[in-house]
Design a protein around this ligand. Sequence first.
Ligand SMILES: *Cc1c(COP(=O)(O)O)cnc(C)c1O
Length: 287
Amino acid sequence: MEMAVANLVVPGDNVLSVCNGFFSGRLAEMSARCGADVARLEIEEGKAADPDVVAAAIHEYRPKVLTIVQGETSNTVYNHALPAICQAAKSIGCLVIVDAVCTLSTMPLHMDEWGVDAVITGGQKGLSCIPGVSLVAFSEQAWNKITTREDTLRHWCLDAKLADKFWYQSSYHYTAPVSGIMAIHEALRLICDETLEARFDRHLKCSMALQAGIQGLGLSLSVEKADRLNSVVGIEVPEGLEQKAILAHISRDYKVEISGSFGLNIVRIGRWANSAGYTISSAQSTH
Ligand SMILES: *Cc1c(COP(=O)(O)O)cnc(C)c1O
């Protein structure tokens, strides 16, 4: 996340951060730390960003960079209007940074077609790999901004030009986390073997089954269907019960750890694929 932000945000740039929850808020915070003048567009809790509202904000603030999450893991909201939002940003030459940590490879994200300039993901969520290794992809336009920047990046470790030399020009940047890179290579190989289409389909089917099962128990899902993320499902805690007590019970009696939900009174379940290609429901752990 920080690599995308640090390389694309020049101190003094206007940045518009579409804030749906914890992780999209983090992108705003990172942009501010990189010296941007950040406008936060706060989206109503539990709702996807409305492309007309975002377009209006783009025309008002004229940002150089827009940050947004495809899926907001913290409250399980899905920004399904991402293509229209990217189009609005492109119309004024604004670069778009998309956090796809919990969504990449679980649902479509057409980076080039939609006009996304940086896609970020981590190993531990949609890719079903390990934490500690992350991927970032830059568009041609983004790369152009990176290579023509006149200031020196404040972050030595996150400097994409140094990383580019490291990966493609046999230069030394830092000692690579070799075991993590091997792990992510294997995770990506499994995705290629399965194919994205089959994987999207499997995630969708398993999520629908999970959602139906939860509702069949008489529980409510925390986000309306139209704005609901498939890769992480949020369940309302029934009245009279405490999220903390439920999680402690699940941990003690079933040895399943589910992390808290950043203050929201919901319980979240994510899914990941094991190496045989099955999708199993598991605790969504963000810590
Ligand atoms: C988990 C998550 C992150 C952060 O990943 P960490 O490795 O815990 O820093 C960022 N964005 C989204 C959407 C996430 O789900």
